[in-house]
Structures are given as C-alpha cells and as structure tokens.
Design a protein. Structure first.
Length: 138
C-alpha cells in the first residue's frame, strides 16, 4: 500500500522534469539574448562588483521568471509554453527599450555604477513580469 502511494506521488515526475528543463533552457536563452542586446557587458560588470549591473540584470531575470512560471503553470502543452515564453521574452526586451527612452543615459549610467539606474531598470522589469504573468492566467 505505501509503495503504491509513493509511486503514485511520482506519477507526474517525468512531466515535471520536462517542464523544468524546458523552462531552464528558455531562461538561459533569454539571459543570453538580453546580455547580447544591451550595449554593456552585465556579467563582466557584475564580476567587477558593479551593483547597478547586478540590480538591473537580477530584476530582469526575476521579470522573466515570473511570466515563465505562469506559462509553465498554465500552458496546455510544450508548444503553448514556448509561445508564451517567447512573448515574455519580447515584453522584457521592450521594457529595456522603454527604460532607454525614459532614461536616455541608462546605458552609460549602469556601467558607471549609478545604482539608481540599475534599480530602476530592475524594478520596471519585475513590474512588467508581474503584469505579464497575471495576464497569462487565462
């Protein structure tokens, strides 16, 4: 009886692994695209201790993970997941464009370590991710 219950508990484990793996790959794709479209090198700046870059990239990652998790939860299949994750990726890239319009010097401020710009970019990325995730709760 106990063995049956244990096996039943793991009945969806294969689906869990598939969705987790695909979500992790999609997040990695997003991060690699994002760090390539920004005119500064976040990873190198973070390694050098630049808090503005750390705030902005961390917020952007959170902003992507929020709708990504909503897509995992609400998708009906893997294609649906990929479509909604692509939409989430586009939204986060648009947020960066909006930040550049709102603060034209942001691309100089973050490498210069101006934390306010990094926090602003991170915060609007999280806000967009929350709204994006909520909109995916169809």
């Amino acid at each position: 009886m106990a063995r049956y219950q244990l096996l039943e508990s793991f009945a969806g484990f294969d689906d869990f692994l598939v969705y987790l793996g695909i979500a992790a790959v999609l997040l990695a794709v997003f991060v690699s695209v994002y760090v390539r479209i920004t005119p500064y090198r976040e990873i190198a700046l973070i390694r050098d201790g630049n808090m503005a870059a750390a705030f902005s990239l961390s917020g952007t990652i959170f902003g992507m993970v929020l709708p990504l998790s909503s897509a995992v939860k609400n998708s009906i299949n893997l294609i649906d997941l990929a479509v909604w994750c692509t939409i989430a990726l586009a939204v986060q890239l648009i947020v960066f464009v909006i930040a550049r319009i709102a603060l034209p010097n942001i691309v100089q401020d973050i490498p210069a370590g101006k934390q306010a710009s990094g926090i602003f970019l991170g915060a609007i990325s999280i806000a967009a991710g929350l709204l994006n995730a909520a909109a995916m709760s169809y």
